[in-house]
Ligand binder design. Structure first.
Ligand code: HEM
Length: 460
């Protein structure tokens, strides 16, 4: 009755909006475009496919209604990520049996209670990070790379009993380079016509090599466990190899176990290292918040007190720093949903069944309808009394519904511990006056972010 067209940036005949999308940081560009469409939605024709971008919190609320929308894999970069993660949890179609089975088998391993069992391993790896930085006293360190070492080693050790030993080496593990290149290639494939992909033969060869490298590593992790080496029968890998699905009584197939391990190695580290990097950046920009964080750490972890699980759970300032960082710098800047049937959102915008509807995190997390002074890094938004006033659908850093992040507690426990330990030990100086240089490869991280680290003297 009162339908309105969804506006779009001007495209060109046949090619639509495809040529205007940059190869690097496309989601940042989508965020920029959102400023031209204050109605909170716009459309684009990319590689011959109409999609919409949504960021008004009330429209997002509708897109998050799981009776009407599902997680879209087809026609998104995730359909290409499936080349290496198959029907792993992150990239499985909602209707695939593998998703429901693995979700049921693995859910208990991600409860808040389960975090207690990973804590010792999280601490061990966080102490490796501290050890490295202590040996670099007064020198610049690559913050993002070291947080990547931390998060990769942590998920591999607590999930699979496998040691990457990333802090022993100057170079990042070859797995990471293979992953980065593969992710960029997947993103690129989703933005071009399949014909173009076919023409890029050398890139395709490289892509296959990268996938093989990741799979070989994962096969060796699984083999080590099957041969009885490594620890933890109760960890993720133990569950995947031995636990039967409570509903079907079946075990996960071997291929699926491999795909899940690749999935967890990726999903379990990329985002958390981005979160820690953006949090550290935000603290450098907001000295009054940094001072609050130091005060908290000095109160709960005086001197060289080794943090235990209960102390980490008592933190209040650090968790709010992480929440606010996830608002302004959500490591996953876009998630894709699609309507189950033809539908109308906001009483005026028609979406055909299967239309890709992207939730743009940056624009949603700073939407004026939901956020005062959206650009300001203000951790008091996350005090209980203020949190209660928030729009219920204006904050989605961990996604939505049944397809929301299974690793949320894991990530937050790991990040709280790492940040607390790092702040207990170090102060940072930004001697090069770092300018934020976001790098997107499905997730986003600060590129080449270096700070000088020094041991703290004042808390002894
Ligand atoms: C799904 C964010 C850490 C494992 C998701 C989704 C988001 C997200 C937005 C939904 C994606 C979509 O709808 O397409 C984050 C952030 C993290 C984080 C911001 C850190 C700050 C982790 C960790 C793990 C993990 C540590 C594993 C230990 C997964 C998995 C899924 C997922 C397996 C797919 C769940 C499913 O569809 O069943 N995450 N994640 N994530 N995440 Fe995370």
């Amino acid at each position: 009755n009162d339908l309105r067209p969804i506006r779009s940036p001007r495209g060109i005949p046949l090619l639509g909006n495809t040529p205007q999308i940059p190869d690097t940081n496309p989601v940042e560009y989508f965020g920029e475009l959102s400023k031209q469409f204050p109605e909170g939605i716009y459309g684009m024709d990319i590689a011959g496919i109409e999609q919409v971008f949504v960021y008004d919190p009330d429209l997002v609320a509708e897109v998050c209604d799981e009776t009407r929308f599902f997680k879209q894999i087809d026609k998104t970069p995730l359909s290409h990520v499936r080349d290496y993660t198959g029907a792993g949890l992150f990239t499985a179609h909602q209707h695939e049996e593998e998703w429901a089975m693995a979700h049921r088998i693995l859910l208990p391993a991600f409860s808040q209670r389960a975090m207690k069992t990973y804590f010792g391993q999280m601490l061990e790896i966080a102490q490796n990070l501290v050890g490295k930085w202590e040996s670099r006293e007064g020198q610049p360190v690559n913050i993002t790379d070291d947080y990547t070492r931390l998060t990769l080693d942590t998920i591999a050790l607590s999930g699979f009993g496998y040691r990457f030993k990333s802090f022993d080496k100057e170079e990042l593990h070859p797995f990471l380079n293979a992953l980065l290149e593969a992710l960029i290639e997947s993103m690129r494939r989703s933005q071009e016509l399949p014909m173009m992909t076919k023409l890029r033969k050398a890139d395709d060869r490289k892509y296959r090599q990268n996938i093989q490298l990741m799979r070989d590593l994962v096969e060796s992790v699984i083999k080590e466990r099957r041969e009885g080496k490594g620890t933890g029968e109760e960890d993720l890998l133990g569950l995947m190899l031995q636990a039967t699905d409570p509903e079907s009584g079946k075990l996960l197939a071997d291929d699926n176990v491999r795909d899940q391990v690749v999935t967890f190695l990726i999903a379990g580290h990329e985002t958390t290292s981005g979160l820690l990097s953006f949090a550290t950046y935000s603290l450098m920009r907001n000295p009054h918040v940094l001072a609050q964080a130091y005060a908290e750490v000095d109160r709960l972890l005086p001197g060289d007190t080794v943090p235990d699980y209960d102390t980490i759970m008592q933190l209040d300032v650090i968790p709010r720093i992480l929440e606010e960082t996830l608002r302004l710098w959500a490591p996953i800047p876009l998630i894709a949903k699609a309507p189950i049937d033809d539908t109308v959102i906001g009483d005026r915008y028609e979406l055909k069944k299967g239309t890709r509807a992207n939730i743009l995190m940056g624009a949603l997390h700073s939407h004026p309808k939901a956020w005062d002074r959206p650009e300001e890094f203000d951790i008091d938004r996350w005090l209980p009394e203020n949190r209660a006033q928030q729009h219920p659908h204006a904050y989605k850093p961990f996604g939505n519904g049944v397809r929301a992040c299974i690793g949320r507690q894991f990530a937050l426990t790991e990040a709280r511990l790492a940040l607390a330990l790092v702040l207990q030990k170090f102060r940072f100086s930004d001697t090069t006056d770092y300018k934020m240089d976001v790098r997107e490869a499905l997730t986003r991280k600060p590129g080449d972010f270096q700070l000088v680290v020094r041991k703290r003297q004042d808390h002894q």
